[in-house]
Design a protein around this ligand. Structure first.
Ligand SMILES: [Fe+2]
Length: 507
């Protein structure tokens, strides 16, 4: 054991008095970033929410108005193109909002674009070799991102303009990240690869709908298409166009900005850029971060070795090896293709789960080396998050005892089976999940030390962020006959303990 790891292990026990009283001062004092605090002091609005959405019969599309943008993420000073289709032809506007806390409103109106003349844009043919549907629409408008726009997740609310009083307006979203290059305490990565992998727009073209099987290799999806209705766990038409962000990720964003953390945002693709995550003190993988390019894995592994702290506030993450490739027009990183999976699935796992994973072969390194745990088949279900190491510092101030549970916090996907070779790994929470309400599985939440007094935590549940906040309009999920309660002081305190240790160290 090297001295650094010994020091980490020595510091893992909570101070008993603090654990009992909940009086640890550090956890109450997140870093205040002037930019995030100032941004959130500006006037917010709840108008970022959609009001009128009509999903086509047969699901997925909102062809009355739908669109996409030219980049998963973009920096101030760069130009973002908006591609919008309206059928029937209608004029429309684009209202841009930055999502955050904003006194509880959840968003700030940044700019209105338009009105524009809308028309129907073509639905692309499906490529028979990989089921790819790639739009090549005419840009409706472009925007040079203003220099004073703070890094964040932004939505564009697309709204048709009624032609007369008997013609109602219709809406949907586009979504993108504004990023920067500054050093920051917290790097928040959106899980937009996974949202695209599950996107069935236009007819049924996600990475899961190949007749050969749900995990067939070689199937591809393009970012050059609208996000259809998200249909896996529950269907919320008022999130159409935003992928998975509003469903699973926004409660973390809303809470971090409420607490004033110094946070900056990235899309998955930004990890390919050298230095993109190393500039942070702590990196957050958020909610359902299943689809990674193997180059993301390499960057994460070297960043942990370099001292980065990582919080996996997620489930089923780093599971599918999905390289980025360029669009047919040559724009880099606009297509994701399922190549295989990270790590090895055991034969009994594939056999016990029907033919769902038959075609899935290992093509990338073991995800446990960067996450501590992995997606254990079956990795979906619902359960309670049960404390197994109450004297650990992550539980400081929560009052939790071994065996205490946070009801319904585990779901709908999780991690388990810790890596036996990771020195210093500790199990923090562990218990049962039930897939389909009856089929028993097991999740395990862990922490392990990095080589430079850094650490890696894995909450092992997609629903972790449901325990932090409920932003305006948010719907609590219900899946596998199970559901989380919503905000929970223990989840909030554990998350603060982790962030503060990552940002300020253990002193
Ligand atoms: Fe998943």
């Amino acid at each position: 054991m090297n001295p650094t790891r010994r020091k980490f292990l020595a510091s893992t026990a909570a101070t008993p008095a603090l654990a009992l009283t909940g009086g640890a001062g550090l956890a109450q004092t997140p870093t205040k970033n002037p930019r995030i605090a100032e941004e959130n002091s500006k006037t917010g609005t709840t108008d970022w929410q959609l009001t009128r959405v009509r999903v086509n019969e047969g699901k997925y599309r909102t062809s009355l108005i739908e669109g996409y943008v030219s980049h998963q993420s973009i920096k101030a000073g760069e130009t973002l193109d908006f591609f919008v289709s309206t059928k029937p032809e209608r004029d429309f506007t684009i209202d841009l909002y930055r999502l955050g806390y904003y006194g509880g409103k959840g968003g700030r109106h940044m700019k209105q674009l338009g009105p524009f003349s809308g028309k129907a844009q073509p639905v692309p043919e499906m490529k028979p070799e990989n089921r790819l549907r790639e739009c090549q629409w005419k840009a409706s408008t472009s925007l040079k991102i203003p220099e004073d726009w703070v890094s964040g997740v932004y939505v564009g609310k697309l709204t048709t303009i009624s032609e007369n009083e008997s013609d109602p307006y219709w809406q949907s979203y586009v979504i993108f990240v504004v990023r920067d290059d500054r050093e920051a305490d917290v790097i928040f990565q959106t899980s937009d690869n996974t949202a695209q992998a599950y996107n069935r727009w236009p007819e049924n073209e996600s990475l899961y709908t190949d007749p050969r099987g749900a995990h067939a290799p070689g199937v591809a999806v393009s970012f050059d298409r609208p996000h259809g209705l998200y249909c896996q766990i529950y269907e919320n038409p008022l999130s159409v166009g935003s992928g998975e962000f509003l469903l699973w990720e926004f409660p973390l964003c809303y809470w971090l900005e409420k607490e004033g953390y110094d946070v900056t945002y990235l899309a998955n693709v930004d990890m390919l850029e050298p230095g993109s995550i190393e500039r942070g003190k702590v990196f957050l993988s958020v909610a359902h971060d299943e689809y990674w390019d193997a180059r993301q894995y390499s960057r994460m592994k070297s960043a942990i070795e370099g001292g980065l702290n990582v919080l996996w506030l997620c489930g089923n993450s780093v599971f599918i090896d999905s390289p980025f490739t360029a669009s047919s027009s040559g724009q880099p990183n606009r297509i994701l293709t399922r190549r295989g999976c990270f790590g090895d699935l055991r034969q009994d796992e594939t056999e016990n789960y029907g033919h769902l994973f038959d075609a899935l072969k290992s093509t990338a390194p073991d995800e446990r080396k960067i996450m501590g745990v992995r997606s254990v088949v079956p990795f979906n279900g619902g359960g309670d998050w049960t404390c197994r190491k109450a004297d650990h510092w992550i539980f400081e101030g929560t009052g939790m005892k071994n065996g205490d549970s946070i009801p319904g916090l585990v779901g709908w996907e999780h991690h388990g089976e810790p890596d036996p070779d990771l020195e210093g790994l500790e199990v923090l929470a562990e218990g049962k999940v039930w897939a389909g309400g009856v089929r028993e599985g097991k999740y395990t939440s862990v922490i392990f030390p990095g080589p430079k007094e850094n650490f890696v935590f894995n909450a092992s549940t997609v629903f972790w962020n449901m325990g932090l906040s409920t932003p305006p309009g948010h719907w609590a999920p219900y899946s596998h006959y199970s559901r989380p309660h919503g905000p929970d002081e223990r989840v909030q305190r554990i998350t603060k303990n982790l962030l503060n240790r990552a940002i300020h160290g253990g002193e």
